[in-house]
Design a protein around this ligand. Structure first.
Ligand code: THU
Length: 159
């Protein structure tokens, strides 16, 4: 038996340690979360992405009474920018969430399918994506690329 060690890095920052651009991205994610259509889970997610030209786009989660049909904020967003701006690599994505009716932000972490979608966007543009997730009490976790959230990721059909 051989042991393989893979290290991941999770950067924990307070709001004041974010760059101006990162703070703006989180704010956009927070603003758009109010557009979530989440009548079933009441978990309102907002995601905002900065593209290679500095433009920001955003999405919320959109649910369905047939639960698996609903889509997370991140996948809707990456699908939208991939479809509309195929020449622009996503550089940073910010993800936030709040339970309906609550004032404080909930902790959030992208689901497995969204991690795979972020992985695809990195591979498509051969460029790592910085991922910011807001936790409770104003703590932000930052990952410099999806590999820190998705060890042993699947990205090659042929090897
Ligand atoms: N959700 C997201 O949109 N993004 C995440 O990172 C976590 C989960 C959505 C899916 C569903 O609409 C609701 O949150 C509860 O799981």
């Amino acid at each position: 038996m051989k042991k393989i060690t893979d290290t991941i890095e999770i950067e924990e920052l307070s709001y004041s340690e974010l760059s101006t651009k990162e703070a703006a991205l989180l704010k956009r994610a927070q603003e758009i979360s109010t557009n979530a259509y989440a009548p079933y889970s009441k978990f309102q997610v907002g995601a905002a992405v900065e593209l290679a030209n500095g433009e920001i786009y955003q999405s919320s989660n959109q649910e369905n009474v047939s639960f698996p049909v609903g889509t997370c904020a991140e996948r809707l967003l990456l699908g939208y920018v991939g479809a509309n701006f195929p020449e622009l690599a996503p550089k940073t994505i910010a993800i936030v969430a709040r339970r309906e009716g609550e004032v404080d932000w909930a902790g959030v972490s992208p689901c497995g399918m969204c991690r795979q979608a972020i992985n695809e966007a990195e591979n498509r543009y051969n460029s790592p994506i910085s991922i910011l997730i807001l936790q409770s009490k104003g703590i932000v976790l930052r990952f410099q690329g999806i590999r820190h959230l998705l060890p042993l990721k699947f990205d090659d059909l042929h090897s």
